[in-house]
Design a protein. Structure first.
Ligand code: GLV
Ligand code: MN
Ligand code: MN
Length: 406
């Protein structure tokens, strides 16, 4: 069954125009552009013959109407600030296109439900949509979640007029499996000349906020050994992390000090406060546990040597997740049938599939990233590779249905 490349690409470009920023997209969760994109998706899903709704969390869900057993295909349509046009959106439009193809073919074996999860990127609460879909109790987290600029999630949800809507829930009796396609967001496929990545596992992510508190003072008159320098402690932590982290992890362990903020933030004042946001990622829960231990120990060492106090808060802790091997094999087989060279690989990025796989069999397929770029407006994949990815995913789902999607 062929997908329709023109229709697929036209829909992807139309979605990218909502919140377009240069060659990318600025569509953080619950922004006006994000909500407009979700309305657009709901209409597209309805036009594809699905019963479509936006739920109270912002998930857009298109339900195959004449099916009681379905495959869910999707991803997310929110973006990081000033992000790329494919991260998330491509997987959702693949779902839409595959749902149309299966409906047009008249196949009775299994329906396709399509979903765009909300806030995968964590503008307010990472994986809000997929966690809510999977039935996590988020009441307490929703009560306290805020964006970086202090907006509360509750206000964002109210502003989007969503709280009155019903929640969409995963139903293992209906939903036989979840498939998510995504841009690789790294250089491996391109550099190896492979066209399809078959995801074996998704890294766990621990995110921390550290707050060093010292004493503001004159930067010219206060001797170095009499300072309580919160900024010095924060920079010391960044340096020590870079020195010590390699010893506890493997070659795939990654960490990132993504933001550091000093108060009062003046060149001639010793910082009274330094706020640091950092993340560690790995496939191994043991490495992640050791990494957390290291972050806390180094924070204490730096605080002591700069004579300041420190608080370490673990903001989010998402466990690593293995994808379902039997479904990964179907993607591999589909790629082979279509002559697309594939490679098995772990994902260093987080994805909604890591939440959904806790409940139903789930698989992910990657397409190559040009120049390995992502989370930036330069993110791109060639049209040929986008179309091939969709065709491989459709074939994998056909194989799944032929095996009895039961
Ligand atoms: C999600 O895009 C992540 O940060 O991995
Ligand atoms: Mn992303
Ligand atoms: Mn993504």
């Amino acid at each position: 069954m062929p997908i329709r490349p023109d229709r697929l690409l036209a829909d992807m470009r139309a979605l990218a125009a909502i919140g377009q920023h240069m060659t990318g997209v600025n569509r953080p969760a619950f922004s006006d552009a994000d909500i407009a994109a979700r309305e657009w998706l709901r209409n597209k899903m309805m036009n594809a013959g699905l019963a479509a709704e936006i739920d109270c969390y912002g998930n857009v869900y298109g339900r195959a109407i004449n099916a009681d057993r379905t495959v869910v295909i999707g991803s997310h349509s929110d973006t990081v600030p000033f992000g790329g046009w494919l991260d998330g959106a491509m997987g959702v439009i693949y779902g839409l296109e595959i749902a149309r193809c299966i409906t047009e073919s008249g196949s009775q074996s299994c329906g396709i439900d399509v979903i765009s999860f909300q806030d995968e990127e964590g503008t307010y609460l990472p994986f809000l949509g997929s966690r809510a879909f999977c039935g996590d109790n988020l009441t307490a987290e929703i009560e306290t979640a805020k964006s970086k600029d202090g907006q509360t999630l509750k206000d964002a949800m109210s502003k989007a007029a969503l709280p009155g809507n019903a929640a969409v829930r995963l139903d293992p009796r209906r939903h036989a499996a979840y498939f998510e396609a995504h841009i690789e967001q790294g250089p491996r496929l391109e550099s190896s000349g492979r066209k399809i990545g078959v995801v074996t596992a998704i890294v766990g992510i621990k995110s921390f906020r550290l707050l060093f508190r010292g004493q503001a003072n004159h930067a010219g008159t206060t001797p170095m050994d009499m300072r309580h320098d919160a900024g010095g402690a924060a920079m010391c932590l960044g340096n020590l992390l870079n020195q010590r982290m390699p010893a506890i992890g493997g070659p795939q362990t990654v960490w990132n000090v993504g933001n550091m903020r000093f108060e009062p933030g003046a060149i001639n004042v010793v910082p009274v406060l330094a706020e640091v946001f950092l993340q560690v990622r790995d496939i191994s829960p043991a490495v992640l546990a050791e990494a957390e231990h290291l972050v806390r120990a180094l924070a204490a060492i730096c605080a002591e040597s700069f004579k300041v106090d420190v608080e370490v808060e673990c903001l989010h802790d998402t466990e690593p997740a293995a994808m379902t091997p039997a479904l990964a094999k179907l993607i591999e087989k589909a790629a082979a049938e279509l002559g697309a060279p594939s490679a098995s690989m772990p994902s260093g990025a987080g994805h909604d599939a890591m939440i959904v796989v806790r409940h139903i069999p789930s698989a992910m397929l990657f397409v190559p990233s040009i120049g390995g770029r992502s989370h930036h407006v330069s993110e791109d994949t060639s049209d040929v590779d986008i179309v091939l990815g969709a065709q491989v995913l459709l074939r994998a789902i056909e194989l799944f249905m032929a095996n009895g999607a039961r």
